[in-house]
Design a protein around this ligand. Structure first.
Ligand code: FAD
Length: 473
């Protein structure tokens, strides 16, 4: 018996672990492990958990239709996984285990422990690359080191892809009679302490849905992406991040579909489609970093010297940021959107992360954790990379004085205030001319329903620069 252990790769198509488990004849079974306490410790957002479990349900039904049973195990933490897997392998007579490699440190430790336990009972483990186009750790400098900045990594990544190419694995063919599937909601032991299990209608699951979104995006938006991707009121990005994070679609499927749409693989900014491909390469960059620098998974900054920065931990200021009460409309709109939907546009992620770290001088780790606890696409590599980039502690070619002005960012990327008005309802009726600096207008109207700016950006900016300068002394 061969067992495929599914984790952040909840799909049939282009799933190397599933594909290799299904090579040849003989019985195949699949497994998904529910670890509620561990997920809580990792700050997994309830909306992300719900999305993932809805997809497990969908996948279980599809695998059953192919004659592949999906077993569900429940262990509270990763520490219990090796023993649980060992028992299941014994029970099913498993001789080979297949899984796509995890990149986070706790997951890697769990997988090493599983390999060791299963080796004792003569089960061989096969760890494959299913989360990236190129395996994390594949793209290195000439001297075999990790690239410290993105642009040379991106060039080397494209070169490596040209040399190696890649294949898309087909979904497995039926292996036997269809099997019954009992939905998760009907299993009392599964939902204990897990919250809502039914799919959220705003975020439908399924590989068909992910491909539908990809194809719609590739019709036209991908060609305009360079011009529209920074404007949150425009549907200019793919919104595929929840699907990529849960592995409902693979990054290879995205690159292959892009190439098919364009008739070529873009190599430089001059070519339409390149800017979007480059975002997928950012995803690969942060995954490389996480694998090659394990301390990133342990709350440590990429630039070690920045560990001594005197960050604030002010709980009241942090709560105002979390709840969208800073008095800066674009920041507040973004945070309220995150709290209501579980998703935030990339430009806004950069603006609110800059505001927390450079205007409020609050430790990036608080922001990173808060994002994780709210995002449907929460992903340690991308989230940690994004936060450290914004905080000035991470892999960023530009120096630490990258400080966003929240007012001019709003004026530039939400010029008419459409996005702001959607989420900051207190400002729904404000004229566009005042929407980014509403306080004079509100005062004139005798209104006190929107907070005053909690800091003066000009002052906060100088303090942020001083904070970083102190490191040079
Ligand atoms: C502070 C901060 C935190 C972030 N946290 C996360 C996170 O937890 N999970 C997450 O998936 N992304 C995160 N990002 C990256 C980015 O904001 C999202 O991937 C993007 O907004 C998702 O929207 P989309 O699917 O429409 O992306 P598109 O613009 O359509 O891009 C396609 C895909 O490329 C990847 N991608 C795009 N931009 C980036 C990037 N800068 N870094 C890494 N991958 C990228 C995503 O998988 C995305 O779905 C974060 C960025 C910042 C600044």
């Amino acid at each position: 018996m061969r067992l495929v252990w599914l984790r952040n790769d909840l799909r049939l198509a282009d799933n190397p672990a599933l594909r290799y488990a299904c090579a040849g004849d003989g019985p195949v079974a699949a497994l998904f492990i529910i670890s509620p306490t561990q997920w809580r410790q990792h700050k997994m957002a309830p909306i992300r958990q719900r999305f993932m479990l809805a997809q497990v349900d969908e996948l279980g039904r599809e695998l059953a239709a192919l004659g592949i049973p999906l077993h569900l195990l429940r262990v509270e933490t990763f520490a219990e996984a090796p023993a649980a897997l060992s028992d299941l392998c014994r029970e099913l007579g498993v001789t080979q285990l297949y899984a796509n490699q995890a990149i986070e440190i706790d997951e890697q430790r769990r997988d090493h422990a599983v390999s060791a336990v299963l080796a004792e009972q003569a089960v061989s483990c096969h760890w494959l690359n299913g989360c990236c186009v190129l395996p994390p750790g594949r793209v290195l400098t000439g001297s075999g080191e990790m690239f410290k900045v993105f642009t040379p990594f991106s060039r080397a990544w494209l070169k490596a892809l040209d040399e190696e190419g890649f294949v898309i694995h087909r979904a497995p063919a039926p292996r036997g009679e269809p099997l019954p599937w009992q939905p998760l909601v009907e299993r009392a032991w599964v939902d204990e302490g897990l919250g809502e299990l039914t799919p959220d209608p705003r975020w439908p699951v399924g590989e068909v849905e992910a491909l539908r979104r990809l194809n719609i995006f590739l019709e036209q938006a991908v060609l305009d992406y360079g011009e529209t991707r920074d404007f949150p009121a425009i549907a200019g990005t793919s919104v595929l991040s929840p699907y990529l994070a849960a592995g409902i679609i693979s990054p290879r499927q995205c690159v292959a579909a892009l190439q098919q749409r364009l008739g070529y693989r873009p190599q430089s900014k001059a070519q339409p489609g390149f800017v979007w491909l480059n975002e997928l390469i950012w995803r690969e960059f942060y995954r490389h970093l996480l694998v090659l620098i394990p301390t990133l998974s342990m709350n440590r900054p990429f630039k070690p010297e920045t560990a001594d920065l005197p960050w604030s931990w002010d709980p009241d200021a942090f709560a105002a940021w979390c709840e969208g009460r800073t008095g800066y409309p674009i920041v507040d709109a973004a945070m309220r959107c995150l709290n209501a939907t579980g998703w935030m546009h990339n430009r806004l992620r950069m603006i609110v992360a800059s505001f927390l770290t450079k205007d409020l001088h609050i430790h990036w780790r608080l922001g990173e954790d808060y994002f994780m606890s709210r995002l449907i696409d929460g992903d340690l590599a991308a989230n940690n990379g994004g936060w450290q980039w914004a905080a000035g502690t991470g892999a960023d070619a530009a120096p630490y004085f990258r400080i966003f002005n929240p007012t001019t960012q709003g004026q530039r990327f939400d010029p008419q205030g459409e996005f702001i008005r959607t989420w900051v309802t207190e400002l729904a009726d404000i004229p566009a001319a005042y929407v980014h600096q509403p306080h004079d207008w509100l005062r004139l109207k005798g209104r006190r329903d929107y907070p005053a700016p909690m800091v003066d950006h000009a002052v906060a900016r100088v303090r942020a620069i001083e904070m970083f300068r102190s490191l040079e002394k």
